[in-house]
Design a protein around this ligand. Sequence first.
Ligand SMILES: NC(=O)c1ccc[n+]([C@@H]2O[C@H](COP(=O)([O-])OP(=O)(O)OC[C@H]3O[C@@H](n4cnc5c(N)ncnc54)[C@H](O)[C@@H]3O)[C@@H](O)[C@H]2O)c1
Length: 324
Amino acid sequence: MNYLEKLNNKKVLVTGGLGFVGHNLVKRLLHEFNCQVIVVDDCSNSKEEILGEDIQKVRFHKASVLDQDLMSELIEEVNIVFHLACKQISASGSDPKLDLQVNAQSTLEILEKIRHSKLPLLERFVYTSSCSVYGSYKNLPASEDGVTRVLSNYAATKLLGENYTMIYGSNYDIDVSCVRYSNVYGPGQSPTNPYCGVLGKFIHNALTKQPLTIIGDGEQTRDYSYIDDAVEATLLAAVHPRALNEVFNVGTSIETSVNELAEKISSMIPETTQTFIPERDIDNIRRRSVDIEKIHRKLGWNPQININRGLALTIEWYRKYLEV
Ligand SMILES: NC(=O)c1ccc[n+]([C@@H]2O[C@H](COP(=O)([O-])OP(=O)(O)OC[C@H]3O[C@@H](n4cnc5c(N)ncnc54)[C@H](O)[C@@H]3O)[C@@H](O)[C@H]2O)c1
């Protein structure tokens, strides 16, 4: 059965819907499933222009997810809530209270609203968590039932948001699911955004003839997920019956080191150079890869785009975006 068909014509709320993952999700909801989409985003890390003409097709509220009156009102209208709004990891240490409010408290408030209201339309609440909750995990790939070891404020507040989601799912009979993304990359990740990930920064630098800045020795690894794969997993989490009250890793189970990434990009973009700088406080996760057996077994999801293809597609998009 194609469970994604259940999305057809649904009314959905996407918080953080102008962000990197959010706007890609919104586009798919609009164009493939003809959804009525409501977006709440305060534009603290995004711009309306990212949606292009599609901004006319959504109901956009430039507002914070901490605006409880607005959120309460909107939740009553929709079939699915995708809660993506977040403070980024690199900002989480400098403003820890805001990080807590946006990543976790807003989640609690939405869930409280759902718990105390009769919401006949609401079918599912989806929370987007992060594989940073595993910290520096030694038994790779990390599986969902393994230990979490948070090493940043961001990981702590994402895990808290996830925990609230799962608690409300089991204690108050709310239909919820969570996805834990590993490093997501691809078209639409603005390279000028200060929180853009390493892959986007590398491509930007390579295309603009600047060196790729490698932090530390470059042997740290991550598990890179192409954006379309991450969006597909999120949609399945919203409709699949076997996603109910479950947490799923979203990744590839493949580790790619920063040096390997730099080499791959250098081979695709001629004359790329590299430079090394010392590690920062937040660079405390040496290796990462996540086990995707559960999401494959329960939801039938598999990543479709490998890193080489994903890099080629991303470079193509960046060339157009940067006009180089
Ligand atoms: N991109 C990744 O690699 C990755 C990895 C793990 C988890 N995630 C999770 O996926 C989700 C989306 O991440 P992303 O990469 O698209 O991030 P992003 O920063 O691009 O998008 C987040 C959006 O939330 C908005 N926002 C911030 N504070 C807000 C507030 N108070 N009210 C309303 N909107 C607010 C920002 O303006 C932005 O548009 C987040 O929950 C994040 O924790 C992403």
